[in-house]
Design a protein around this ligand. Structure first.
Ligand SMILES: [Mn+2]
Length: 336
């Protein structure tokens, strides 16, 4: 598809938000993108879910809930899509019948995507998709720092006879050497651990684990954002957000809900650290629409996705000349 014939962003001034085919934040649908800053990609697969299924339906639900979001937060400068080039590439076609095949297919698709574009924002699917995501980011950048927001550490051993499930991606990420353990931080961890303690594995490798008990309130959130900056440093950063990091009051539609979690405000405020770092890939996983009758969980996932794109735009702004032109056209860029 040539540049001139490429679909444009839908104008909210001429098309009501509930109209047209839903893409993420009403971005252009470009199925085979090249040279973009960030590519939004769906990964509808939930064969790794150990409890409630349904995450395979999340990319569609999140796209629907995202149509209200403009792309500009208040007091945040120009529309992020005037600062970074983002398209929605649709979904990766993943076999619902074979975990190994799905993981291989996702790894290949995401690796190809990153070779031709700068970064991706993947909407799962269950959390097993983070392993393909990290493999693709490692292929391009080498050992990764990881920011992992989740109720669970997802470093569990294999169960039920297979190597992979939605509780194993960071175990294999550490075992495969994709992750620099000392540059990894997990936040929001809570609930009931099987024996032996599931946190022994990440802590034993040097991963920083911040429990949900350490996350209450905006002061704790600011301190945790600072811990993220310190742990990650200047390493290429992979960000993985399991929607169950949020309390079920804010995100009931998920595979393994855990009471006692973060508020949506605390989750969004934590993400502010990312714009000061070097993010290279994002995933938002574990939304399960069948358990989300009001759409509140998909709505939060959409807002998180928009925030991640904003943070990417903070971290990877265009050159000085373009910035100056944008500042003239749109008012000052957020100075943070
Ligand atoms: Mn998880």
């Amino acid at each position: 598809m040539t540049e001139s014939s490429e679909p444009k962003r839908i104008k909210t001034t001429s098309s009501p938000r509930y109209a047209q085919v839903a893409t993420f934040m009403r971005l252009p649908l470009v199925p085979d993108p090249t040279g973009r800053d960030v590519v939004v990609i769906g990964a509808p697969y939930d064969g790794g879910a150990s409890y409630r299924p349904g995450a395979r339906l999340a990319p569609r639900a999140i796209r629907h809930e995202s149509c209200l979001i403009h792309g500009t937060g208040i007091d945040r400068g120009p529309n992020i899509f005037d600062v970074i080039d983002v398209v929605d590439a649709g979904d990766i076609d993943l076999s619902p019948f074979s975990m190994e095949l799905a993981i291989d297919t996702a790894t290949e698709a995401l690796t190809d995507l990153l070779r031709r574009n700068n970064a991706f924002l993947m909407f799962g699917g269950d959390h097993s998709l983070s392993l393909p995501g990290m493999r693709a980011a490692y292929d391009k950048h080498g050992p990764l720092a990881v920011l992992h927001l989740d109720a669970h550490s997802d470093t569990f051993p294999p169960v039920y006879g297979g190597l992979h499930h939605h509780g194993t991606p960071f175990r294999w990420g550490l075992e495969e050497g994709l992750i620099d353990a000392h540059s990894m931080i997990q936040i929001g961890i809570r609930g009931h651990n099987p024996s032996p303690d599931s946190l022994d594995f990440p802590r034993g490798r040097g991963v920083t684990v911040v429990t949900a008990q350490e996350c209450t309130g905006i002061e704790a959130t600011k301190q945790n954002a600072q811990r993220i900056r310190e742990v990650v440093g200047d390493r290429p950063l992979y960000v993985s957000i399991d929607i169950d990091v949020a309390d079920p009051a804010f995100a009931p539609g998920t595979g393994t809900p855990a009471p006692g979690g973060l508020s949506s405000r605390e989750v969004l405020a934590l993400l502010d650290a990312i714009g000061d770092l070097n993010p290279v890939g994002f995933d938002v996983v574990e939304v399960s629409p069948p358990w989300d009758p009001s759409g509140i969980t998909a709505l939060l996932a959409a807002e998180i996705g928009a925030e991640l794109l904003y943070q990417y735009s903070r971290a990877h702004r265009r050159g000085p000349a373009e910035r100056a032109a944008l500042a003239t056209a749109n008012g000052a860029i957020d100075p943070r």
